[in-house]
Design a protein around this ligand. Structure first.
Ligand SMILES: [Fe+2]
Ligand SMILES: [Fe+2]
Length: 151
């Protein structure tokens, strides 16, 4: 069964574009695990570094952090997803260096699925719950601006 059927990828205006991008990540990661097309996987990961991770790390999570503090005395949800971003970067680097390519690529694909699952079921829902609506609109505008400038 595909993760695409398990998650609904729906949320507020602040997370909806990122959730749409998650669908593509799931498709690529799941198809890698079946047909081992390494190029597709690596090209997608390069796009993640340029676009998706950038939006999360520079726009969404820094804003979310301020509101999360009002509800939780620790930053664990954010630390956890950022640690996974770094794990993705490390695996990508090892693969590019030719280190244990097959194993690392499999781990990378599985990690991407796990990461999407955690964001969809956890952190993004917290963003949708804790960030005030006016700020969500602002986040959405910043994401549009970012996407416009990248093209
Ligand atoms: Fe992420
Ligand atoms: Fe994400």
């Amino acid at each position: 069964m595909s993760l695409l059927d398990e998650l609904d990828f729906k949320g507020s205006i602040a997370t909806t574009k990122l959730r749409e991008q998650h669908k593509e990540t799931v498709k690529i990661a799941e198809s890698y695990l079946q047909n081992k097309n390494l190029n597709d996987l690596l090209n997608h990961v390069e796009d993640l570094f340029k676009i998706h991770f950038e939006i999360e790390e520079k726009i969404v999570y820094p804003v979310f952090e301020k509101y999360l503090k009002n509800y939780l005395p620790y930053m664990e949800p954010i630390k956890m997803v950022l640690a996974e971003h770094n794990a993705v970067r490390n695996l990508y680097r090892k693969i590019k260096e030719g280190i244990d390519v097959e194993n690392n690529a499999k781990t990378l694909a599985e990690l991407l699925l796990q990461h999407v699952y955690k964001e969809e079921n956890g952190v993004f829902n917290q963003v949708d719950k804790f960030v005030p609506d006016a700020i969500k609109v602002k986040i959405s505008g910043q994401i549009d601006e970012f996407l416009k400038n990248i093209k």
